[in-house]
Design a binder for this molecule. Structure first.
Ligand code: FMN
Length: 355
């Protein structure tokens, strides 16, 4: 067992990625009970809803779980740009007999500003807390660590990983460009070097003193073994779990994942205001034709994105969903989490034996 697994108090080097809106208490607890690290994505929840979700998971497992929060810089409102964006999307709403919202709101509170969320974490003490989009202030990091909570942070490049290490984070999640969901970059205005998991994992393993967790496009045991051969001490898989019955992905997302659509993912900012890898759909096609500077800040744009998806879904059109998925999407298996964990383990063994 490597040092990271000891610290996380898990048996297997498999972390189920936190997936806001997709991961559930059932998913996280099944992963934990199978020996991995199950995660909850509470970045889109307020403190009260997060408390309920963490409690529900802790009732299903006494083993380690990870709770993930978003540390984005709070949005800068720009009423002019937001109303122009709503006018631009208005014909899409009309297609579904709907009106765009009158105004857009900052629908998520960043953990940077959310002291109520900190209180919940300090009270319920999950074994692990992870940060996406950046880090909170040192005061919050210190308080969490004083409770014995192990801290993880996403890093998409060496600079971010070094900042995480210097701030006292216990291990970094090396998020390759292949990964599904939002790029965890600390500052979305900076140039993105778009490092793939292979180069990023090696770069971080070679330069950091803290353990590296590889993420992005890993779908099966062979992928897990390959990432660990690169020096990662564990792996984080998101898309691989989206099709499981325990996920809260809706029928449209599941159908897209199981169709030819899974072969085509693209990076888009049009849905939420930040770059995220998504199955190519009607919404990402709009994004492809749009100047990024026209899109409101994250998560203000997401308010419009969610409203448009809701309007379309009402009339049976699922092509405006935030169908976050990594490049390995066609390899997704829609089996219960416990079965997937058994499969991953046997594939890891096979990959190691067949060398
Ligand atoms: C549907 C979905 C939702 C995600 N939501 C989050 C999230 O809330 N927090 C987070 O840190 N990462 C999130 N991610 C990114 C994952 O942490 C991870 O980087 C990614 O899933 C790895 O790539 P893969 O999907 O190809 O396995 C999400 C990914 C997906 C697919």
């Amino acid at each position: 067992m490597n040092k990271l697994l000891e610290k996380l108090a898990i048996k297997l080097p498999i972390i189920q990625a936190p997936m806001a809106g997709v991961s559930t208490p059932a998913m996280a607890s099944e992963v934990a009970n199978a020996g991995g690290l199950g995660s909850l994505g509470v970045g889109g929840l307020n403190a009260q809803d997060a408390r309920e979700m963490i409690r529900a998971t802790q009732q299903l497992t006494a083993l380690s779980i990870n709770v993930n929060v978003f540390c984005h810089q709070p949005a800068v409102a720009d009423v002019k740009r937001e109303s122009a964006w709503l006018s631009f999307l208005s014909p899409q709403f009309k297609r579904f007999d709907s009106q765009p919202p009158a105004q857009l709101n900052e629908i998520y509170t960043s953990f940077i500003e959310d002291d109520a969320m900190l209180e919940v974490l300090l009270e319920l003490r999950p074994r692990v807390v992870s940060f996406h989009f950046g880090l909170p202030a040192q005061r919050k990091i210190a308080l969490l660590k004083e409770c014995g909570i192990v801290l993880l942070s996403t890093a998409t490049n060496l600079d971010e990983a070094m900042v995480a290490q210097n701030e006292g984070i216990d291990a970094v999640v090396a998020q390759g460009y292949e990964a599904g969901g939002h790029r965890g970059m600390f500052d979305p205005a900076k140039v993105d070097d778009r490092l793939g998991i292979f180069a990023l994992t090696r770069l971080l393993v070679a330069n950091l003193d803290i353990p590296v967790i590889a993420a992005g496009g890993i779908m099966d045991g062979a992928g897990i073994v390959a990432a660990m051969d690169l020096g990662a001490q564990a792996v984080q898989l998101g898309t691989a779990f989206v099709g499981c019955p325990e996920s809260s992905a809706d029928q449209f997302f599941r159908a897209a994942l199981q169709s030819e659509a899974a072969l085509h993912t693209t990076m888009t900012s049009a849905i939420s205001g930040r770059p995220a890898r998504c199955l190519a759909n009607l919404f990402t096609a709009i994004g492809d034709e749009t100047d990024r500077s026209a899109i409101p800040n994250y998560p203000i744009a997401y308010d419009a994105g969610k409203a448009l998806n809701a309007a379309a879904k009402k009339l049976g059109e699922g092509g405006f969903g935030a169908h976050w998925a990594g490049q390995g999407a066609p390899l997704c298996r829609s089996v219960p989490v416990a079965n997937l964990m058994v499969l991953l383990l046997s594939e890891m063994e096979a990959a190691r034996t067949n060398r």
